[in-house]
Design a protein around this ligand. Sequence first.
Ligand code: S3P
Length: 463
Amino acid sequence: MSAHGQPVPMHARRAGPLRGQADVPGDKSISHRSLILGALSVGETRITGLLEGQDVLDTAAAMAAFGAQVENHGGGSWSVHGVGVGGFAEPSQVIDCGNSGTGVRLVMGAMATTPVTASFTGDASLNKRPMGRVTDPLALFGARAYGREGGRLPMTLVGAAEPVPVTYRLPVASAQVKSAVLLAGLNAPGETVVIERVPTRDHTERMLAGFGAEIETVERPAEDGQGSEHVITLRGRPELRAQDIAVPRDPSSAAFPVCAALITEGSDVLVPNIGLNPTRAGLFTTLQEMGADLTFENMREEGGEPVADLRARYSPDMKGIAVPPARAASMIDEYPILSVVASFAEGETVMDGVEELRVKECDRIDAMARGLEACGVRIEEGPARMVVHGMGPGGVPGGATAATRLDHRIAMSFLCLGMAARQPVAVDDAGPVVTSFPIFETLMRDLGADLRRGGADAGGQGA
Ligand code: S3P
């Protein structure tokens, strides 16, 4: 939906090659955390390159509602005057996190050990998503949650007046749950410990260390003797010190111009300054294994995160592979666009261990399967799997409209599909794209994509 609540139909059709430089926006995960950790610090945190997508703007508003002074200086430059650990004030209005699971879960964690009460809500997508996965561990600290049946929003969370520290073994591979527990642990006395079997994105740990918290991750053999696990230990009640943060560009957003270039004949696209934290970079490894022409230039470290310039060229020789399930967490947001690339590869691409896709902004297995089938691609699915039968370069018929179900990544995936399919592909609503990649439409057009407002049968009136 647009800001006015009206759906924004859009379609893409095959055009010339995609060429040029794609300056994708700042990393969504790091942007949320910059605002939240800035709000929990003493002093002024200055942030450059903040993603000004709706998800992050909602978190900025939430931090202001809890008493931080959040200022937008223009051009992605923001500052946050924090209130310090334990310093949150009680908000006087409902906290609306819009479409953002990361926003609501991290903010709940950040307030759960402070004696304030807050009510949370979101859009129709967020209000369907499971919150018990964070409110269960937050209850162990002493917080109390009152939500709808099944642990859904809207929900009121009463922060613990006398929090106790917690040791928590993550039952799902989720950086959001891990981060909620760690943020709650900040205002609990003693040590909070999170044990994770499958490594998930570690931005919270890296950034907490950067803000001056005492936090340590140790890898040890798993209790069941199979493989290893990470034990993350945080000492509570640190004084977090304000930081200057340069947010790297988002690899999950970069995935769209990169993948569109791989499947669109003659393309050659450079995406500079991409964050390549190994807990996020699984898609690029997978694409290289499929035979994609990807090169990483200028590998370097910036602000504690690995960064590189990524170049993607049209790759007509890609082959389907079995994506190792152990890699799922490091590319969890990229399966929709991978399934698009897989449609243009030769052979089967098998994606297993992807049950978390069912509880994202929508059920992403179902959304991709239905949309790809409508575009003429054969799909098999199971509760935690998806198999795409590739049709080879240029072989996808297209000619359908996909339902985006309030999910930005579903919308962008089908628009990228339309750039290389034989017939145009439309989405019923590209409005959700503003949550993570507000400049997607202009950026893709500048590269050469034929992307237009309206359904495909609208004859393509311009935006
Ligand atoms: C995120 C973690 C992931 C991811 C989301 C952002 C984060 O969710 O899907 O887009 O910033 O921590 P889960 O941790 O629930 O898998």
